[in-house]
Ligand binder design. Structure first.
Ligand code: GRF
Length: 205
């Protein structure tokens, strides 16, 4: 990959960081078109943050409690994103709603991964919601982030069958495997200029 042409990704996470790791591995592939220039965590204990440090990536711990209000938190976040020339923000298990100014500054340049086929089962515990509802298929969604909760235009989705003997763990595990494929694919499509936003529809050229 030509380093100068590689898309510049900031990953925001709060926990385990398996989607971040999938993105990181994909970014190292010879035919990848992006690299991770910053990993931000709002949680000091996030395993994802430790992995990022081990990989030698630039990391930033932004603990909300250290800021007087949401506005100053988001202000600092914006400053740090700009300082590394972020072109795309990937939310990989980031448990906070991004501030309006961040979403505005990066409109059409923030992707989130969600463990359900949106618009079904937004919010927390999507896999449990799917089981409780009794759907036969669930899956995962990569979507652009707007100001709502899991509500932005859908980029890619992958269906996962729900088996009779599934519990939250087993279904989450099978969905997660697909998440790890879907998110890198979406990021590559973004940086190859293949995603065209047409109202709510994302056309893949
Ligand atoms: C994933 O299931 C993702 O879809 C959701 O949060 C979880 C994060 O997992 N938004 P991980 O931290 O990437 O392992």
């Amino acid at each position: 990959m030509d380093e100068k042409k590689a898309g510049r990704v900031a990953v925001l996470l709060s926990g385990r960081g398996s989607n971040f790791q999938a993105l990181y591995q994909d970014s190292l592939a010879i035919d990848s078109n992006y690299r991770i220039v910053l990993v931000v965590s709002d949680n000091a204990d996030a395993p994802g943050l430790s992995f990022a440090r081990e990989y030698g990536l630039q990391t930033l711990l932004l603990e909300p409690g250290a800021f007087p209000d949401r506005r100053s938190f988001n202000q600092r976040l914006l400053g740090e994103l700009a300082a590394v020339n972020t072109e795309l923000i990937c939310l990989a298990g980031f448990m906070r709603i991004l501030g309006r100014r961040v979403v505005g500054a990066y409109a059409g340049r923030i992707l989130n991964i969600h463990p359900a086929l949106l618009p079904a089962f937004p919010g927390l515990h999507a896999q449990r919601q799917a089981l409780d509802y009794g759907v036969k298929y669930s899956g995962c969604t990569v979507h652009f982030v707007d100001r709502g909760m899991d509500s932005g235009p859908i980029v890619l989705q992958q269906c996962v069958e729900v088996f009779d003997n599934d519990d939250e763990d087993s279904l989450s595990r099978r969905i997660l495997e697909q998440e790890h494929r879907l998110f890198p694919r979406a990021v590559r499509l973004f940086f190859s200029g293949s995603l065209a936003l047409d109202g709510r529809r994302v056309r893949i050229r």
